[in-house]
Structures are given as structure tokens and as C-alpha cells.
Ligand binder design. Structure first.
Ligand SMILES: CC(C)(COP(=O)(O)OP(=O)(O)OC[C@H]1O[C@@H](n2cnc3c(N)ncnc32)[C@H](O)[C@@H]1OP(=O)(O)O)[C@@H](O)C(=O)NCCC(=O)NCCS
Length: 170
């Protein structure tokens, strides 16, 4: 399988590419209909509009190819599924386009969010998932607990910034 990561991919902040927000909103609605769809509590447009700073949460990153085509996205937020446990911030809204899945884009986005957490001096970050466990475990995230999502039970993982910046740097 081709790994498109370093050579053809650029990861940046959504606020530097505002034209992409409407495309992302549609991705969110298509992927997470029970939350962002017409009957859900979430609002994709306003969630993305809140990502208005590089130094204050929420922060949204996008991965694009050499032609500016969207490959994927990930965010660092104060709240997500699991924040009722009183911890955070949260790696959330990780999404890769269907045609680019399995090529390392998701892994690169998780790494980029870890780097953002380190840049912003967070001691640790969390995420809840039932789909990205492989990426997280390979990158040194540890299961922390469980919570309930709209899809059912999900595991919560924690990544400690200081522990893993040394061991996973590559
Ligand atoms: C989960 C998700 C973000 C992963 O994105 P991705 O770009 O496919 O992730 P990667 O390519 O980095 O890794 C995915 C798998 O492909 C494999 N892979 C990555 N690069 C590879 C390569 N060059 N060759 C072979 N396999 C590769 C990885 O080993 C991994 O497998 P595993 O996790 O099952 O063990 C994506 O599937 C997605 O958008 N899912 C829907 C939304 C969602 O569930 N988001 C997460 C919860 S918020």
C-alpha cells in the first residue's frame, strides 16, 4: 500500500485555508450523521467556525495533497465523548477521505495533534475511539477507561506529552 505521508502531504491549520471549512462540514455530516445530521445535536459549521486560533482550543488541522485536495482532518478540543470524566483536552474529529484511507494520513494527523499539544504545553491529551485503536497504540497512547458514545461503548486513551515526545520522535 502506498504511503503518501511525507512527500505529497502538507498538514496545516484550518484557519489558514478557510475555503475548506464548507467541504469539511459536509464530510462531518456524512460521517457522523447521528450527531451532525438534521436530527443530531451537533452543528458542523459552528464547530468548525470555533477553530479560529492557532493558540487557543479548539484547533483544527487539515491534511492536503500537493494540489490542495483535502485528504483528512483532526482536531484538539476541550470537550469530546468522554470529557464528562473531567479530563482533556481531546483529540477528536479525526477523519480521512474514503479514497485515502490506509495510506498513513490518519497516523500523520494524530502525530500532528500530539505536536500541537506539546507546542501548547498540555501535559497529556485524551481521545475516545472505536476505530483508531491501532494508530493510537502504535504511537504510544494508553487505554485510560471507557465511556458511552452514540455508537455504543468506546475506549478512552491518554497520551502523555513528555513521555512520548522522546520515544516516538521520527
Ligand atoms: C480511523 C481513520 C481516521 C484512520 O485513518 P487512515 O488514514 O486510514 O489511517 P492510517 O492509514 O494512518 O492507518 C490506518 C490503517 O492503515 C494501515 N496503514 C497505514 N499506512 C499504511 C501503509 N503504508 N501500508 C499498509 N498499511 C498502512 C495502518 O496500519 C492502520 O491499520 P490498523 O489501524 O487497522 O492497524 C479513518 O479510517 C477514518 O476516517 N475513519 C472514519 C472516522 C473515524 O472513525 N474517526 C476516528 C474516530 S474520531
Amino acid at each position: 500500500m502506498m504511503d503518501i505521508s511525507a512527500r505529497n502531504m502538507r498538514i496545516g491549520h484550518l484557519i489558514d485555508s478557510p475555503d475548506i471549512a464548507p467541504i469539511l462540514a459536509k464530510w462531518f455530516i456524512d460521517e457522523w450523521g447521528p450527531w451532525y445530521g438534521p436530527n443530531g445535536q451537533g452543528n458542523a459549521e459552528s464547530d468548525l467556525a470555533e477553530c479560529s486560533s492557532k493558540n487557543k482550543l479548539p484547533i483544527c488541522l487539515i491534511a492536503v495533497d500537493e494540489n490542495g485536495q483535502m485528504l483528512g482532518t483532526a482536531a484538539l478540543k476541550t470537550k469530546s465523548v468522554g470529557s464528562e470524566l473531567g479530563v482533556g483536552p481531546w483529540l477528536a474529529a479525526v477523519l480521512v477521505s474514503q479514497e485515502h484511507k490506509g495510506k498513513g494520513v490518519g497516523t500523520a494527523l494524530v502525530k500532528a495533534i500530539e505536536e500541537e499539544a506539546a507546542r501548547l504545553n498540555f501535559p497529556s491529551i485524551y481521545t475516545s475511539t472505536d476505530t483508531a485503536e491501532g494508530i493510537l497504540v502504535r504511537r504510544g497512547w494508553h487505554a485510560f477507561g471507557t465511556t458511552q458514545s452514540l455508537r455504543g461503548p468506546v475506549l478512552i486513551y491518554r497520551w502523555q506529552v513528555k513521555d512520548t515526545t522522546v520515544s516516538t520522535a521520527q
